[in-house]
Design a protein around this ligand. Sequence first.
Ligand code: FES
Length: 294
Amino acid sequence: MGTLVFIVAYFLIDLDARAYFIGIGEVSLYHLVLGLSMAASMGGIGFGAVHWAKTLMPDTEIVEERHPQASPEEDRDGAAAILRSGWQGSQLGRRPLILQSAGVAMGLFSIPLVVQVVGSLGPLPGEELYDTNWRQGLRLMIDPSGTPIKASDVTIGSVFHVMPEGYIGEVADENLTAEEEMKAKAEDQVILVRLDPSDVKSQKQLDWGIDGIVAYSKVCTHVGCPVALYEQQTHHLLCPCHQSTFDMTEDCKVIFGPAKRALPQLPITIDDEGYLVADDSFREPVGPSFWERG
Ligand code: FES
């Protein structure tokens, strides 16, 4: 019915005709009738589909047993007999030299393939996967301004994104190669938060921080997205990519999501001028798992 009205309206209603619609006011009669008739048609289709599913579709559970997967015994014996007779007909069993030379040829043939595949893997990463640019004594610089940060500037609940001194800001722009800059951006990002020490459950976490200020790698241990969302009330750090959640009050251990390991903590301290500095490099690799870490 709705469809019929739609078709009739499409051809017969004048485009300039107006109508009054409750709650909206004056509207085009043409569009009003088209809209209402289309809504009626689609509603009818939806109603029909629900009705069909509820009343006409069988509502009983039907189980179809699988037939046996294996071929019958006689078929398998027949196939084995064909193979045996083919092998005997080839006479290869009586000519070991042919077999040996075929084996050698196949072995030689595979060498270029293996060389090609191994050669295309690129250089081994060496120790690079274990190391970042963080070193003892490097100041924590705010990303992206590149200014150093004092412990007294970090109030409870505040969050800073930091990079190592020399790898952010003007100095970095002048001195770093594009490759070094990329490596730094990929591996050195750190999130700095000041927690109330009474909220922290891990002594190691307090020892590696300074008055509740703690620094953690921002590189997610799942597949490396930046973990940058800090929930101040719960002290949770969230990764936006696949929702891994890390508990900042307990060594940034994983409490939800696909990540399998805690975020590595960067040991920090303060220098003579009160600026926050790294007390060491990371003591474990940052970022996702790789083959030697499991
Ligand atoms: S990269 Fe962080 S949860 Fe997947």
